[in-house]
Design a binder for this molecule. Structure first.
Ligand SMILES: *Cc1c(COP(=O)(O)O)cnc(C)c1O
Length: 226
């Protein structure tokens, strides 16, 4: 458990230096601690070291862990969301990073309305075009930004991507830069501010920060190997 606190401090230090190296202000990058597969005691340990933002990639695990964690934790869902799990997801997640279709967006809006929730959402983009990945093709994102602007309780905060595991540093830089450029052009075309870019994991967050990440999703560098 002490290990988690040390890991957290060193990740925060690396985020701060990556931010300053790329001329980003302190506090421009939020750390999301990805606790999937780890017990709630790990969440409590990170929480006592000051961490408040946590993420799960499966709704089931989120619904088991979140109620046992301290109340002031903010939960983010970062994995694929099936439409039959939206209600359970919204019960615990303040943010959903993995909105990747118009029907899913509509369902989130309908159910959030019934539940009186105002979830923050990100649109997941498959920038690299990898077949095995979830996410919208870049050309399909604008339609969802416009649909999200059309009213409804869910508010679209920006874009999210997961880079391929085997990508080189150079490819990663290109992928993260593409997500930022897509965001910039959507802001111009739609007038929606889209401030957040959720990109970067344990192995590549420095590169993501250099390309404009505002949220990094870090699991193993904090909690250890899964
Ligand atoms: C597991 C996961 C992460 C964190 O991965 P690490 O390599 O452990 O930092 C980030 N994003 C998503 C979508 C994940 O599923």
């Amino acid at each position: 458990m002490e290990r988690i606190c040390q890991n957290l401090q060193s990740v925060l230090g690396e985020i701060a230096s990556a931010s300053s190296r790329s001329g980003r202000p302190v506090g421009a990058v939020k750390l999301l601690a990805v606790c999937k597969t780890f017990p709630v005691e790990y969440v409590q340990a990170a929480h006592s070291a000051g961490q408040l933002l946590f993420a799960e990639n499966r709704v089931q695990e989120l619904s088991e862990k979140a109620p046992q964690a301290p109340d002031d934790c903010e939960w983010h869902l970062i994995g694929h969301l099936q439409s039959n799990k939206v209600r359970l997801a919204l019960q615990y997640a303040a943010w959903i990073h993995s909105v990747d279709s118009l029907p899913l967006l509509r369902r989130i809006n309908n159910i959030a309305g019934e539940m009186h929730r105002q979830p923050k959402i990100l649109l997941e983009v498959n920038v690299s075009g990898e077949k095995s990945k979830f996410g919208l093709v870049p050309d399909a994102v604008e339609e969802l930004v416009l649909a999200a602007q059309d009213g409804g309780p869910a508010s679209c905060q920006g874009l999210m991507t997961v880079a391929p595991l085997q990508a080189s540093e150079r490819e990663l830089g290109t992928i993260f830069a593409s997500l930022r450029q897509l965001r910039d052009s959507l802001v111009t075309r739609t007038g929606c501010p889209l401030p957040e870019l959720s990109m970067g994991m344990s192995g590549d967050f420095q590169i993501a920060i250099a390309e404009g990440a505002t949220i990094v999703r870090i699991g193993s560098a904090i909690f250890g190997r899964r």
